[in-house]
Design a protein around this ligand. Sequence first.
Ligand SMILES: [Zn+2]
Ligand SMILES: [Zn+2]
Length: 212
Amino acid sequence: MTRLTPDAGEASQLLGRIVYFHALLIEGAIAVLEPASPGPACCAHASARSAGHRVRGTWPAPPWTVLGEVAATMPDWYRPCPSAGPGCCACCAIAAAAAAVGAGWADAECRAYYRDPDLFLASACGTAAAARISAAAAAILQIGGCQALAAQAAEAFRPVPVTTGELPLTGELLALWDPQASAGPAPVVSWLNHCASLADARKVLLARRNGR
Ligand SMILES: [Zn+2]
Ligand SMILES: [Zn+2]
């Protein structure tokens, strides 16, 4: 059986990395105008209404709750369960928050480097982030009974829509949560650690593209 990476300790570090880079590079680049609109019900709330089906592993489950906090700052992309709270399926809640992180980061990076939004690409990055992060969470937290899990787990192995050469922050996010990463997570874009804004990252990208 393929080992799903990361493990619990690595996931904790990667979640910290999301919070760090979000606060440092992304949050100042986005304008928060209104709260997120609710999305579809998570599978716990959807099935509670229909069949009395119970889901194991409910939200919130630290350290994964930080994803929801980061996602809430990107209401254009966050579509939480309408009954968002402790009764939610953790896998669905993590997927919804991770989708906002992937899409919101890609959108902010596109606007910062290329000036033009690419909503299709941002949405594809959100789908990939949701699949990879929720599949890792499901394995680590041993979440069972989530009706969306099988689809998410299969999606996690598909190729991702961006490289670190195009959108370094988003590309790194998707690479770090790759379930097939052989040597476990490691920072793959170390120069990001020296950037204080997306404008800095843009300068580095331009310089690298011009061979300087
Ligand atoms: Zn819910
Ligand atoms: Zn679920």
